[in-house]
Design a binder for this molecule. Structure first.
Ligand SMILES: [Fe+2]
Ligand SMILES: [Fe+2]
Length: 162
């Protein structure tokens, strides 16, 4: 699967989970935990494979994406600390809106540029690499995901060497 197709599919899944987090029915706590895990794993594969490979396509958009991930990590932490708290809804909504903005920029600005700039074979290879890494990360616990997301998210230039 093409890298951008894989990432778009994961965005769509995140959107569904956020609808559960911000709904009045169902297990909102379980949905919050699941969306946090999925978002952290998604950010890790972008930060360690995708963003370093596409830096030349649009350096400014990639730097901005790293910043938005850092803010998302901060709010994921706050949401997970408020699972039994009246602030749960406010934090869930804040994270949802932040991610909606970030995903819109990726899908509407960044991905079309990447799809134009990179050969199909490269997009396929990156997609396969990220798919495998995401599957591996599905087994990790929340602390590991948080740490690894922070480590690969600190600085784009360091990721390439990691
Ligand atoms: Fe992202
Ligand atoms: Fe993304």
């Amino acid at each position: 699967m093409k890298a951008t197709t894989l990432l778009r599919t994961q965005h769509a899944e995140t959107r569904k989970l956020f609808a559960l987090v911000t709904s009045d029915s169902g297990d909102r706590k379980a949905a919050a935990r699941e969306v946090s895990r999925k978002l952290l794993a998604h950010m890790i594969i972008e930060q360690s494979v995708f963003y370093p490979a596409i830096k030349e396509v649009d350096a400014d958009l990639v730097l901005e994406a790293f910043e938005e991930h850092a803010v998302a990590r901060y709010e994921i932490r706050r949401l997970l600390e408020a699972l039994d708290d009246p602030r749960f809804e406010a934090r869930g909504t804040t994270l949802k809106e932040l991610i909606e903005h970030h995903v819109k920029e990726e899908e509407e600005d960044l991905f079309p540029k990447v799809e134009k700039a990179l050969p199909a074979a490269k997009l396929e290879a990156m997609g396969a690499e990220m798919d495998a890494l995401f599957a591996e990360l599905a087994k990790a616990d929340m602390d590991t995901l948080m740490q690894r997301s922070r480590r690969t998210g600190e600085d784009g230039s360091r990721n390439a060497a990691a």
